[in-house]
Design a protein around this ligand. Structure first.
Ligand code: AMP
Ligand code: ZN
Length: 471
């Protein structure tokens, strides 16, 4: 399996640190509003990477954070006159719903920045002790960028080039920095903002430190893959490397993966430009599997332009697969019960051959476009050879093959229907019990867990109602 590594700027054979296991960290969203489909791109892409690795027999420990302390969250909280946690909790719940609807599996762990402050204080202290960070007069703690000799290795920027233009990087209040390139690890609180005590001042963390700390806590000092959108290469990931490697004295991540932007009219889709569609908007018009199909129809490192025509094309493509599976199921119901014929055996072996094609595409830096093309070939094959008098076993084998490959892309998950089973009902009961005992933290936790599985709970006068988020 080859992965394009931003660090080396080439495709490299993937060799995990620990055999058979993958430690993977994906930078998650800042939760101040509904996510847009640009944010959905890394979610879908890296969820597919995870699924494919599992298909290859690797055990993936997949961690993705929610950034729940940030200027934009605080601004919205002030506008609504509520606590910042009200805003972040609301949009984490909404984000989990969207993820479930896009068939993006919940991470092994979804840590929150505000729950990891102790770890951040510890790492900052280590950086200060090692001479990589310093406290300025007002209590702000800065990372001493030039103390980390390899700074720039990910974004392939040269410190001297950066320094040339760096004076202009200074914004007011930052004159206290030793060097314009230094970045914030901890900053003093402002009136009305969430803050925590620290040895340097009451305040809150800078943005980059959270990912270094959560990655360390949940995956260890050295991890296999660190991923996110390409806008994160600099400064976010560059700064993460500096913090982690300076503090831990070990290489941080072996492979750095970055998805290209989802554009609209060839401009990056973003909140600040106002040129965005939320996942919720798209979900009103399309099954969100269609959005998933659309995202995977391009290679993750190619920019992808969003348009109504391309979504329609994605809808047609996706439906071709679904219709084929439906048709096979229909034929299976009426199929004669008999052994597979010799010819059917040969055809079944041929059908399995499409899996090799699929794997070959995915092994080449997750070329989902070619992988989907392989599924299409298989669909065409099935449409050609599935007949009214085919044996049930043959039809089933075709169907299984299509569903298996589609499921690696997260496109068709037959098992989804089984989700509303005993385990879920048990969780609902546990939540009722927790509420009775006024253990609201646990009750909320269960609600979020269910949301992540596409199940919404509504408390009504008649009791709890269970609703599927996805139609
Ligand atoms: P943010 O909430 O802005 O930190 O973004 C969360 C994730 O979405 C990051 O990995 C970003 O790089 C990614 N992202 C944001 N906008 C886009 C876009 N238009 N296309 C692709 N990825 C994006
Ligand atoms: Zn991050």
């Amino acid at each position: 399996m080859k992965i394009y590594n931003t660090l080396s700027k080439r495709k490299e054979e993937f060799v995990p640190i620990e055999e058979g296991k993958v430690r993977m960290y994906v930078c998650g969203p800042t939760v101040y509003d509904l996510i847009h489909i640009g944010n959905a791109r890394p979610m879908i892409v890296f969820d597919t990477v995870r699924r494919y690795m599992e298909h290859k027999g690797l055990e993936v420990n997949y961690v993705s954070n929610f950034t729940d302390v940030d200027d934009k969250i605080i601004k919205k909280a002030i506008e609504e006159g509520v606590d910042a946690s009200v805003i972040s909790e609301r949009y984490i719940a909404e984000c989990r719903k969207d993820m479930a609807a896009m068939n993006v599996r919940p991470a092994t762990a979804h840590p929150l920045a505000t729950q990891e402050i102790d770890g951040m204080l510890e790492m900052i202290r280590t950086l200060i002790d090692k001479g990589h960070a310093y406290r300025a007069e007002d209590g702000t703690v800065y990372f001493r960028t030039r103390s980390f000799k390899e700074y720039g290795k990910l974004s392939h920027k040269n410190l001297d080039d950066l320094r040339g233009g760096s004076r202009s990087l200074l914004v007011s209040g930052e004159e206290q920095k030793e060097d314009a390139l230094d970045f914030v690890l901890w900053k003093p609180k402002k009136e009305g903002e969430p803050s925590w005590e620290s040895p340097w001042c009451d305040g809150r963390p800078g943005w980059h430190i959270e990912c270094s700390v959560m990655s360390k806590r949940y995956l260890g000092d050295e991890i296999d893959i660190h991923a996110g959108g390409e806008d994160l290469v600099f400064p976010h990931h560059e700064n993460e490397i500096a913090q982690s490697e300076a503090a831990n004295g070990k290489p941080f991540a072996r492979y750095w993966m970055h998805n290209a932007f989802l554009n609209i009219d060839n401009k990056k889709m973003s909140k600040s430009l106002g040129n965005f569609f939320t996942v919720r908007d798209i979900g009103k018009k399309y099954d969100l599997q269609v959005l998933r199909f659309f995202m995977l129809s391009a290679h993750y490192r190619s920019p992808l332009n969003f348009s109504a025509e391309l979504m329609e094309a994605a809808k047609n493509g996706y439906e071709r697969i679904v219709t084929c599976v439906e048709n096979l199921k229909y034929l299976m119901e009426k199929a004669p019960e008999r052994e597979m014929s010799g010819e059917e055996n040969t055809l079944t072996a041929q059908a399995k051959g499409f899996e090799d094609k699929f794997d070959e595409a995915m092994d080449d830096d997750f070329n989902t476009a070619d992988a989907i093309a392989a599924i299409f070939e298989l669909v065409k094959f099935a449409n050609t050879y599935a007949k009214a008098d085919s044996s049930r076993a043959f039809l089933e084998a075709l169907k299984e093959e299509i569903v298996m490959l589609s499921d690696i892309c997260g496109l068709i998950t037959e098992k989804k229907e089984e989700a509303l089973d005993g385990e879920i009902l048990k969780l609902v009961e546990e939540r009722q019990q927790a509420k009775k005992e006024k253990n609201f933290a646990r009750a909320d936790e269960i609600r979020n867990e269910l949301l992540a599985r596409g199940i919404a709970l509504k408390d009504t006068r008649e009791g709890v109602k269970i609703e599927r988020v996805q139609g």
